[in-house]
Design a protein around this ligand. Structure first.
Ligand code: BTN
Length: 325
Protein backbone atom coordinates (compact mmCIF):
# COMPACT_ATOMS: atom_id res chain seq x y z
CA UNK A 1 0.00 0.00 0.00
CA UNK A 2 2.89 2.32 0.89
CA UNK A 3 4.22 1.91 -2.65
CA UNK A 4 0.80 2.69 -4.13
CA UNK A 5 0.70 5.92 -2.17
CA UNK A 6 4.22 6.72 -3.30
CA UNK A 7 3.12 6.13 -6.87
CA UNK A 8 0.25 8.60 -6.47
CA UNK A 9 2.60 11.20 -5.00
CA UNK A 10 5.18 10.64 -7.73
CA UNK A 11 2.53 11.16 -10.39
CA UNK A 12 1.02 14.30 -8.84
CA UNK A 13 2.89 17.53 -9.38
CA UNK A 14 0.50 19.37 -7.02
CA UNK A 15 -0.95 18.71 -3.56
CA UNK A 16 -3.36 15.80 -3.29
CA UNK A 17 -5.75 15.51 -0.36
CA UNK A 18 -5.72 12.67 2.12
CA UNK A 19 -9.38 12.06 1.28
CA UNK A 20 -8.66 11.67 -2.41
CA UNK A 21 -5.86 9.18 -1.72
CA UNK A 22 -8.07 7.22 0.66
CA UNK A 23 -10.85 7.06 -1.99
CA UNK A 24 -8.46 6.08 -4.77
CA UNK A 25 -7.04 3.21 -2.74
CA UNK A 26 -10.11 2.35 -0.74
CA UNK A 27 -8.36 2.65 2.60
CA UNK A 28 -9.06 4.80 5.66
CA UNK A 29 -7.65 8.28 6.02
CA UNK A 30 -5.75 7.13 9.13
CA UNK A 31 -4.14 4.42 7.07
CA UNK A 32 -3.03 7.00 4.47
CA UNK A 33 -1.50 9.07 7.26
CA UNK A 34 0.38 6.02 8.63
CA UNK A 35 1.85 5.11 5.26
CA UNK A 36 2.88 8.72 4.64
CA UNK A 37 4.65 8.62 8.00
CA UNK A 38 6.53 5.48 6.91
CA UNK A 39 7.58 7.15 3.68
CA UNK A 40 8.82 10.17 5.64
CA UNK A 41 10.84 7.84 7.88
CA UNK A 42 12.47 6.43 4.75
CA UNK A 43 13.69 9.88 3.76
CA UNK A 44 10.89 11.11 1.51
CA UNK A 45 10.25 14.76 2.20
CA UNK A 46 6.50 15.25 1.92
CA UNK A 47 4.89 18.58 2.61
CA UNK A 48 1.42 18.52 4.18
CA UNK A 49 -0.94 21.47 4.31
CA UNK A 50 -4.16 20.96 6.23
CA UNK A 51 -6.68 21.98 3.58
CA UNK A 52 -4.64 20.94 0.52
CA UNK A 53 -3.12 17.57 1.38
CA UNK A 54 0.29 16.11 0.54
CA UNK A 55 2.98 16.92 -1.95
CA UNK A 56 6.24 15.03 -2.50
CA UNK A 57 9.12 17.51 -2.38
CA UNK A 58 12.24 15.37 -2.25
CA UNK A 59 12.70 11.69 -2.92
CA UNK A 60 15.65 9.69 -1.58
CA UNK A 61 15.46 7.75 -4.87
CA UNK A 62 14.86 4.40 -3.31
CA UNK A 63 14.81 1.58 -5.79
CA UNK A 64 11.09 0.83 -5.65
CA UNK A 65 9.67 -0.18 -8.99
CA UNK A 66 7.56 2.99 -8.87
CA UNK A 67 10.74 5.09 -8.73
CA UNK A 68 12.75 3.15 -11.33
CA UNK A 69 9.90 2.68 -13.81
CA UNK A 70 10.06 6.18 -15.23
CA UNK A 71 13.63 5.59 -16.37
CA UNK A 72 13.17 2.01 -17.49
CA UNK A 73 12.73 1.79 -21.24
CA UNK A 74 12.68 -1.97 -21.61
CA UNK A 75 10.24 -4.61 -22.75
CA UNK A 76 11.90 -7.68 -21.25
CA UNK A 77 14.46 -6.92 -18.56
CA UNK A 78 12.65 -5.75 -15.44
CA UNK A 79 9.17 -6.71 -16.70
CA UNK A 80 9.10 -8.65 -13.44
CA UNK A 81 10.78 -6.50 -10.79
CA UNK A 82 11.16 -7.48 -7.14
CA UNK A 83 12.38 -5.01 -4.56
CA UNK A 84 13.71 -5.79 -1.08
CA UNK A 85 14.76 -3.39 1.65
CA UNK A 86 17.26 -5.96 2.87
CA UNK A 87 18.17 -9.48 1.76
CA UNK A 88 21.11 -11.85 2.22
CA UNK A 89 22.01 -11.85 -1.47
CA UNK A 90 19.97 -11.10 -4.59
CA UNK A 91 21.85 -13.85 -6.45
CA UNK A 92 20.98 -16.34 -3.74
CA UNK A 93 17.31 -15.35 -3.90
CA UNK A 94 17.37 -15.88 -7.66
CA UNK A 95 19.07 -19.26 -7.26
CA UNK A 96 16.47 -20.43 -4.75
CA UNK A 97 13.52 -19.25 -6.81
CA UNK A 98 14.55 -19.41 -10.46
CA UNK A 99 11.95 -22.05 -11.30
CA UNK A 100 9.05 -19.81 -10.43
CA UNK A 101 10.52 -16.58 -11.82
CA UNK A 102 10.14 -15.56 -15.47
CA UNK A 103 13.12 -14.80 -17.67
CA UNK A 104 14.01 -11.11 -17.46
CA UNK A 105 13.23 -10.87 -13.74
CA UNK A 106 15.22 -8.24 -11.86
CA UNK A 107 15.75 -8.59 -8.10
CA UNK A 108 16.92 -5.43 -6.37
CA UNK A 109 17.83 -4.83 -2.75
CA UNK A 110 18.70 -1.63 -0.91
CA UNK A 111 21.10 -3.68 1.22
CA UNK A 112 22.65 -7.15 1.26
CA UNK A 113 23.70 -8.84 4.46
CA UNK A 114 25.66 -11.58 2.71
CA UNK A 115 26.55 -10.22 -0.72
CA UNK A 116 28.62 -12.60 -2.83
CA UNK A 117 31.58 -11.61 -4.97
CA UNK A 118 33.61 -13.59 -7.50
CA UNK A 119 36.15 -16.18 -6.33
CA UNK A 120 34.17 -16.73 -3.13
CA UNK A 121 34.70 -13.21 -1.91
CA UNK A 122 32.28 -11.10 0.08
CA UNK A 123 30.57 -8.14 -1.59
CA UNK A 124 30.13 -5.31 0.85
CA UNK A 125 26.65 -3.82 0.28
CA UNK A 126 25.90 -0.91 2.60
CA UNK A 127 22.27 0.15 2.83
CA UNK A 128 20.80 2.69 0.38
CA UNK A 129 24.19 3.62 -1.03
CA UNK A 130 24.82 1.31 -3.94
CA UNK A 131 23.06 -0.75 -6.57
CA UNK A 132 22.80 -4.45 -5.76
CA UNK A 133 20.71 -6.41 -8.22
CA UNK A 134 20.43 -9.67 -10.12
CA UNK A 135 18.99 -10.34 -13.53
CA UNK A 136 17.59 -13.77 -14.27
CA UNK A 137 17.78 -14.85 -17.90
CA UNK A 138 16.69 -18.17 -19.31
CA UNK A 139 18.46 -18.00 -22.63
CA UNK A 140 18.60 -20.47 -25.46
CA UNK A 141 22.34 -20.32 -25.48
CA UNK A 142 25.09 -22.86 -25.99
CA UNK A 143 27.18 -23.36 -22.86
CA UNK A 144 30.33 -22.09 -24.57
CA UNK A 145 28.63 -18.75 -25.23
CA UNK A 146 27.72 -18.10 -21.59
CA UNK A 147 30.84 -15.98 -20.79
CA UNK A 148 29.80 -13.65 -23.59
CA UNK A 149 26.81 -12.62 -21.54
CA UNK A 150 28.91 -11.18 -18.70
CA UNK A 151 31.06 -9.43 -21.28
CA UNK A 152 27.95 -7.83 -22.77
CA UNK A 153 26.73 -6.74 -19.36
CA UNK A 154 30.00 -5.13 -18.30
CA UNK A 155 30.17 -3.30 -21.64
CA UNK A 156 26.61 -2.02 -21.15
CA UNK A 157 27.40 -0.82 -17.61
CA UNK A 158 30.55 0.92 -18.75
CA UNK A 159 28.69 2.58 -21.60
CA UNK A 160 25.95 3.83 -19.26
CA UNK A 161 28.46 5.21 -16.76
CA UNK A 162 30.21 7.03 -19.59
CA UNK A 163 26.88 8.55 -20.57
CA UNK A 164 26.79 9.84 -16.99
CA UNK A 165 30.26 11.38 -17.47
CA UNK A 166 32.11 8.73 -15.51
CA UNK A 167 35.22 7.51 -17.27
CA UNK A 168 34.71 3.83 -16.51
CA UNK A 169 36.97 1.04 -17.72
CA UNK A 170 36.77 -2.74 -17.49
CA UNK A 171 39.35 -4.86 -15.76
CA UNK A 172 39.00 -8.32 -17.23
CA UNK A 173 36.78 -10.13 -16.84
CA UNK A 174 34.14 -7.83 -15.38
CA UNK A 175 35.43 -5.37 -12.81
CA UNK A 176 34.23 -1.84 -13.36
CA UNK A 177 37.10 0.55 -12.67
CA UNK A 178 37.20 4.32 -12.27
CA UNK A 179 40.51 6.12 -11.60
CA UNK A 180 42.23 2.75 -10.98
CA UNK A 181 39.72 1.81 -8.25
CA UNK A 182 37.03 -0.82 -8.37
CA UNK A 183 33.51 0.64 -8.26
CA UNK A 184 31.57 -2.37 -9.51
CA UNK A 185 31.62 -6.04 -10.29
CA UNK A 186 29.58 -8.83 -11.82
CA UNK A 187 28.97 -12.32 -10.50
CA UNK A 188 27.39 -14.57 -13.13
CA UNK A 189 26.09 -17.93 -12.02
CA UNK A 190 24.84 -20.66 -14.26
CA UNK A 191 22.10 -23.16 -13.60
CA UNK A 192 22.05 -26.12 -15.94
CA UNK A 193 23.87 -29.32 -16.76
CA UNK A 194 26.94 -30.19 -18.81
CA UNK A 195 25.10 -29.70 -22.08
CA UNK A 196 22.59 -26.94 -21.68
CA UNK A 197 21.77 -23.84 -19.73
CA UNK A 198 18.55 -23.53 -17.78
CA UNK A 199 19.15 -20.09 -16.30
CA UNK A 200 21.87 -17.52 -15.92
CA UNK A 201 21.88 -15.26 -12.89
CA UNK A 202 23.80 -12.07 -13.46
CA UNK A 203 24.51 -10.32 -10.18
CA UNK A 204 25.67 -6.74 -10.40
CA UNK A 205 27.07 -4.61 -7.60
CA UNK A 206 27.94 -0.95 -8.08
CA UNK A 207 29.18 1.38 -5.35
CA UNK A 208 27.29 4.57 -6.09
CA UNK A 209 26.90 7.05 -3.23
CA UNK A 210 29.17 5.30 -0.73
CA UNK A 211 31.48 7.41 1.41
CA UNK A 212 34.98 6.39 2.39
CA UNK A 213 33.89 5.07 5.78
CA UNK A 214 31.25 2.81 4.15
CA UNK A 215 34.05 0.48 3.07
CA UNK A 216 35.77 -1.89 5.48
CA UNK A 217 39.49 -1.17 5.99
CA UNK A 218 40.72 -4.20 4.09
CA UNK A 219 39.24 -3.01 0.79
CA UNK A 220 39.40 0.76 1.23
CA UNK A 221 42.63 0.98 -0.80
CA UNK A 222 41.19 -0.57 -3.93
CA UNK A 223 37.44 0.02 -3.68
CA UNK A 224 35.69 3.26 -4.37
CA UNK A 225 32.33 4.68 -5.41
CA UNK A 226 31.01 6.89 -8.17
CA UNK A 227 30.46 9.64 -5.61
CA UNK A 228 34.03 9.47 -4.32
CA UNK A 229 35.52 9.46 -7.81
CA UNK A 230 33.34 12.17 -9.36
CA UNK A 231 31.99 14.23 -6.47
CA UNK A 232 28.53 13.74 -7.93
CA UNK A 233 25.71 12.31 -5.85
CA UNK A 234 23.72 10.02 -8.10
CA UNK A 235 20.01 9.40 -8.38
CA UNK A 236 20.26 5.63 -7.92
CA UNK A 237 16.81 5.00 -9.38
CA UNK A 238 17.72 6.76 -12.62
CA UNK A 239 21.11 5.07 -12.81
CA UNK A 240 19.51 1.66 -12.35
CA UNK A 241 16.82 2.38 -14.96
CA UNK A 242 19.45 3.60 -17.43
CA UNK A 243 21.72 0.59 -16.82
CA UNK A 244 18.89 -1.92 -17.29
CA UNK A 245 17.80 -0.10 -20.46
CA UNK A 246 21.30 -0.32 -21.96
CA UNK A 247 21.69 -3.93 -20.87
CA UNK A 248 18.51 -4.89 -22.68
CA UNK A 249 19.59 -3.04 -25.82
CA UNK A 250 22.97 -4.83 -25.83
CA UNK A 251 21.37 -8.18 -25.05
CA UNK A 252 18.96 -7.83 -27.97
CA UNK A 253 21.88 -6.78 -30.20
CA UNK A 254 23.70 -9.93 -29.12
CA UNK A 255 20.65 -12.08 -29.92
CA UNK A 256 20.51 -10.56 -33.38
CA UNK A 257 24.12 -11.57 -34.03
CA UNK A 258 25.74 -8.21 -33.37
CA UNK A 259 28.18 -9.58 -30.82
CA UNK A 260 31.28 -8.41 -32.70
CA UNK A 261 30.24 -4.78 -32.30
CA UNK A 262 29.85 -5.21 -28.52
CA UNK A 263 33.08 -7.20 -28.28
CA UNK A 264 35.00 -4.38 -29.98
CA UNK A 265 33.44 -1.88 -27.60
CA UNK A 266 34.43 -4.09 -24.66
CA UNK A 267 38.03 -4.15 -25.94
CA UNK A 268 38.01 -0.37 -26.23
CA UNK A 269 37.11 -0.12 -22.52
CA UNK A 270 39.67 -2.71 -21.48
CA UNK A 271 42.18 -1.62 -18.89
CA UNK A 272 44.40 -4.65 -19.30
CA UNK A 273 45.19 -5.08 -22.97
CA UNK A 274 48.90 -4.47 -23.44
CA UNK A 275 49.63 -4.37 -19.70
CA UNK A 276 52.07 -6.43 -17.65
CA UNK A 277 50.37 -7.90 -14.61
CA UNK A 278 50.61 -10.69 -12.08
CA UNK A 279 48.32 -13.70 -12.31
CA UNK A 280 47.68 -14.77 -8.74
CA UNK A 281 46.60 -18.24 -7.71
CA UNK A 282 46.73 -19.43 -4.09
CA UNK A 283 50.14 -18.31 -2.87
CA UNK A 284 51.91 -18.12 -6.19
CA UNK A 285 52.09 -15.32 -8.70
CA UNK A 286 53.40 -15.17 -12.22
CA UNK A 287 54.17 -12.17 -14.38
CA UNK A 288 52.48 -12.09 -17.78
CA UNK A 289 51.61 -9.61 -20.48
CA UNK A 290 47.96 -9.40 -21.49
CA UNK A 291 48.03 -9.52 -25.28
CA UNK A 292 44.30 -9.43 -25.93
CA UNK A 293 40.83 -10.42 -24.83
CA UNK A 294 39.53 -13.17 -27.09
CA UNK A 295 36.08 -13.27 -28.61
CA UNK A 296 35.09 -16.18 -26.34
CA UNK A 297 35.83 -14.04 -23.25
CA UNK A 298 39.22 -15.63 -22.44
CA UNK A 299 42.49 -13.63 -22.26
CA UNK A 300 45.55 -14.19 -24.37
CA UNK A 301 48.67 -13.84 -22.24
CA UNK A 302 52.36 -14.13 -23.01
CA UNK A 303 55.02 -15.27 -20.53
CA UNK A 304 58.58 -14.01 -20.18
CA UNK A 305 59.79 -16.85 -22.43
CA UNK A 306 57.49 -15.55 -25.18
CA UNK A 307 55.09 -18.48 -25.12
CA UNK A 308 51.40 -17.58 -25.31
CA UNK A 309 48.31 -19.12 -23.87
CA UNK A 310 44.59 -18.43 -23.50
CA UNK A 311 43.06 -18.43 -20.03
CA UNK A 312 39.45 -18.41 -18.89
CA UNK A 313 38.40 -16.45 -15.82
CA UNK A 314 37.57 -18.25 -12.65
CA UNK A 315 40.60 -19.54 -10.85
CA UNK A 316 43.02 -16.68 -10.52
CA UNK A 317 42.99 -12.97 -9.88
CA UNK A 318 44.97 -10.24 -11.56
CA UNK A 319 47.04 -7.53 -9.91
CA UNK A 320 49.09 -4.70 -11.31
CA UNK A 321 52.86 -4.91 -10.85
CA UNK A 322 52.78 -2.13 -8.24
CA UNK A 323 49.19 -1.56 -7.19
CA UNK A 324 45.74 -3.05 -7.43
CA UNK A 325 45.95 -2.33 -11.13
C1 BTN B 1 32.78 -9.20 -7.94
O1 BTN B 1 33.35 -9.90 -7.09
O2 BTN B 1 33.40 -8.35 -8.55
C2 BTN B 1 31.33 -9.42 -8.22
C3 BTN B 1 30.44 -8.73 -7.25
C4 BTN B 1 28.96 -8.94 -7.50
C5 BTN B 1 28.09 -8.37 -6.42
C6 BTN B 1 26.64 -8.43 -6.77
S1 BTN B 1 25.66 -7.43 -5.72
C7 BTN B 1 24.21 -8.13 -6.35
C8 BTN B 1 24.47 -9.60 -6.56
N1 BTN B 1 24.17 -10.35 -5.36
C9 BTN B 1 25.27 -10.86 -4.81
O3 BTN B 1 25.30 -11.51 -3.75
N2 BTN B 1 26.33 -10.55 -5.56
C10 BTN B 1 25.99 -9.79 -6.72
Amino acid sequence: MKKKILNILLNNKDYISREKISNLLNISRTSVWKHIKHLKNEGYIIDSISNKGYKLLISPHNLYKEEVLKYLKTSFIGSNYLHFSSIDSTNLYCKNNYNSLPSGTVIVSEEQTNGKGRLDRYWHSSANKGLYFSILIKPELELKNAPKLSLIISTAICKTLREHNINALIKWPNDIIVNSKKVGGILSELIGDMYSINSIIIGIGINVNNNKDDFPNEISEKASSLLLESNIKFNRAKLLGDILTTIEKYYFDFLSNNFTKIYNEYRSYSLLIGKEVYLIKSNSRIKVKIKDINVDGSIKVSYDNNTETDLMAGEFSIRGLENYI
